[in-house]
Design a protein around this ligand. Sequence first.
Ligand code: ATP
Length: 242
Amino acid sequence: MNPKQAPEAIPKTTLRPYPQSRPRIGVFGGAFDPPHLGHFKLAQSAIIDLQLDSLIIVPTGQGLHKSRCMSPEHHRLKMTQLAFQDLPNARVDPCELDRGGVSYTIDTVLSLSTQLPGSDFYLIIGADQAEAFDTWHRWTDILQIVTLAVAARSSQIQPDTTLEHPKVELESYKWHNQALAQGIQKIKGHTDPRIAVSLHMPCMPVSATQIRSTIQQQGGEVSQWLNPLVLAYIRSHFLYTP
Ligand code: ATP
């Protein structure tokens, strides 16, 4: 270029925007047999606390951890869609059902990280799952891709909520399974505060097991724990009745 020549002005429209922070993607897997308000609250807390751009809700295929026979996949998928349809930024992804066979979370997070490169991934789980995380297939590989975001599941298993933190700057999860905590430290070489964070969710004393058995054994009241659309679906398809 001739040094005397003024540099050509770059049209504004071609200027790259200031680099934005990486998209934050949550992944929330579950049998959702049925999906209940504990699941909904967990999903909602994750979106707010982690400031997620998107939460991907994944109904699992047959999991290694579920010894019982689950309801047919099309029912679980439909109930999951009904349960989360009004949650902004959330979408239900049937990838594990489509893959068929035993569900492995590692396959799902690998596939999502290929589809959405350059994103930060959070795996949303309850404390019961966090404490048994070292039994998951290829759990150390999962931790290379995601940060765990853990919700309290019962009064016995509580994340360490002694400190108040602003959103996103969440406290590290306090592991109650010391062997797992040490295993994680060994893999990472040191305590990495971003391996797991606590979600600020009030304890919701509900499980799908309780709901199934209440319907099955006593024909009892479960409406307080279910989205009305899910309850209507259960009733119209006679799910969980003997
Ligand atoms: P089940 O009683 O059949 O084992 P569940 O109620 O635990 O079912 P899942 O679909 O297995 O439901 O759970 C999916 C995820 O949601 C898991 O990570 C689990 O820990 C979490 N979760 C379920 N219920 C709650 C709850 N009440 N509070 C916090 N986390 C929950």
